[in-house]
Design a protein around this ligand. Sequence first.
Ligand code: PLP
Length: 466
Amino acid sequence: MAPAPDSALRCAAMPDRASPLPSLDALLRSPEAAVLIDRFGRTATAYALRTVLAARRAARSFHAPPIAILDEAADTLARQFAASQRLVFNLTGTVLHTNLGRAPLPPEAAEAAAAAMGSATTLEFDLATGRRGERDDHIAPLLCQLTGAEAATVVNNNAAAVLLVLNTLALGKQVPVSRGELIEIGGAFRIPEIMARAGAILREVGTTNRTHPRDYQQAIGPETALLMRVHPSNYAIAGFTASVGTADLAAIAHTANLPLVEDLGSGSLVDLAVWGLPHEPTPQESLAAGANIVTFSGDKLLGGPQAGLIVGNKEVIKRINANPMKRALRLDKGRLAALEHVLHLYLDPDRLRDRLPTLRLLTRPEPDIRATADRLLPHLRAAFPDRPVAVEPCRSQIGSGALPVDLLPSAALTIGGNSLETLANSLRKLPRPVVGRIASGRVWLDCRCLEPENESAFVAQLSGKG
Ligand SMILES: *Cc1c(COP(=O)(O)O)cnc(C)c1O
């Protein structure tokens, strides 16, 4: 029953009691499969065909013509080979949206990352001596200059930074932390759990709303490794509250001959108040107030790639770098290249706002945002003729837990009507998906993160939607 190649499909298509579906071999010999093989390769094409055949068999759907099976496999392959991680328009109103990839890099930083990833580099190579170099050397001097720290290192993210610092300094020893700072950042980052995984023993002090210097003093004993302060970045407690500031806690730590570690979370390298934003603590302030080690994220307010930055005391950084865990948490050459580029921008604070997308988006004036919304309004009305579309004031969030109570005045395009979930879904199905949010009976598209140079791309894909 081995059919000749050219008649394979016709033969295979004929219902046969023993083998009612066409055979994989027969399908692979068809001209339609040849097109798929040319585009996706023989292995992937065979896998897709086999998967479709198995699904038909499982559904007892035996009488499919070969062309239907080939079409289904072509769809499967097209879906499989399309990038899973897509570029989207972030119109959620949250600038540093963790689920949407946090800080957008300056284009030159992204280019530097791409170039480094596509080539051999001096990642750990000293051109002057021709010998091994240190990957941290690309960014440590910059971080020291910008923060006033003696030494610096960098790891995968701030969660890794906290893990590494605690594991280096407090393995098997106690770390007093205020009950008001036992935060969860989202996902699995909770201070008590990170502490446990780092091998340190959490010693809770104070209460949720009030912690005093004596609470720390009473907790310090021979088993204490360090004092730790965590910036409760994603929530605020108001009312009858008290906490111990960095300078006071540093004094308590140093009196007991202990280091003070501060996890700043977002940690901005510049005073955001200069641009009219609420002040967020900076690593330089923490160090000046006496913190010995400060950790913060690369892709939150800093506006760089995902990274965890550790700055502070030279001896401590040396110990951190000698911890074998450092190797498991280190940064790759692409992100190091991007981070180096972003840190260079901070050397010239006068032009930082124009060059760093995160800062530009966070400080974008409301009239600018409204102008974008006004320009887009007719296009959105044309795309959704049966729905009420308007420009309305709204408030954006910084995101990523930074400054949780401070909202930035912004403007949104709103789309009303029925079935808002369906509408939001259709926006997510656009070639470059548009992600907004549903509130008060409308879909809100906050235009803060839609900069003028992207408006035409946004408009171009709207035609034909409705
Ligand atoms: C965000 C945050 C972290 C975690 O930082 P990642 O860079 O997301 O790993 C840790 N601590 C605080 C206080 C944070 O705000």
